[in-house]
Design a binder for this molecule. Structure first.
Ligand code: NI
Ligand code: MN
Length: 228
């Protein structure tokens, strides 16, 4: 299994049999190495409805006939756009053919902004996503502030790899993300959601270096972690 970072909160997981993508914000993502028209994904996993996470979901899903897994209200909204969706909600897990997904809480907002009509469509609650594939558990925290139930998430799950936002302003900053890393007890922690925009500029290496030895790992855009 190969897990690759593509800037902002975009993460792909290639299991050999399945290609998954988290929060495929590509158009307008100043950091990414992806092109929306080239993305191959049979599964799209969405943490919440903000435009910098839903991103190019509609185009990618229509072209690939992807299954879109998302919190219920966001899934319903995208279903109305003609996508094949699987709605879930916080605390719920489901065994798919590609692996298991469980949604956790996240403290944030969730709404899709239709810029042209200046309309905000609320899409329920934001979530974090626990994905277990081939015996490995990946936690994509989505956008969130720090919350102490991360300790519980860490107790109940053996997280091999966690993607945590460090950008501050909209999410945890590096200091809170350091506590999150400790509470989640993840074997490896990769910072995300930073330096895409000036207001979330951060030094990811300073964050990674602040974690206990070997835990923090900065992935450059396009760089992967492989699990055998
Ligand atoms: Ni957000
Ligand atoms: Mn965001």
């Amino acid at each position: 299994m190969k897990v690759t970072y593509h800037g902002h909160s975009v993460v792909t997981v290639d299991t050999g049999n399945h290609q998954l993508i988290f929060d495929p914000f590509i158009t307008g993502n100043s950091l990414t190495d992806l092109k929306p028209e080239e993305v191959k994904a049979d599964v799209i996993l969405l943490t919440h409805g903000h435009n910098d996470h839903v991103g190019d979901t509609i185009e990618i899903a229509k072209r690939n006939h992807s299954l879109v897994v998302a919190p219920n209200e966001l899934a319903v909204y995208l279903g109305w756009k003609g996508l094949n969706v699987h709605p879930m909600h916080i605390g719920g897990s489901h065994q798919f053919d590609f692996g298991q997904v469980k949604l956790t809480q996240a403290f944030h907002g969730s709404a899709y902004t239709e810029e042209d009509s200046q309309k905000i469509v609320y899409t329920g609650m934001p979530a974090g996503i626990l994905l277990t594939v081939e015996g490995r558990t990946i936690f994509h925290a989505g956008d969130t502030g720090l919350f102490s139930d991360m300790k519980l998430i860490g107790e109940l799950n053996h997280i091999d790899l966690a993607f945590l936002p460090i950008g501050d302003n909209f999410t945890m900053g590096p200091e809170d993300a350091k506590l999150a890393a400790e509470w989640l007890r993840a074997k490896q922690v990769v910072p995300v959601h930073y330096s895409t925009f000036p207001v979330i500029e951060q030094n990811p290496h300073a964050f990674a270096d602040s974690l206990p030895g070997g835990v923090g790992k900065v992935l450059e855009v396009g760089e992967s972690i492989e699990f055998k």
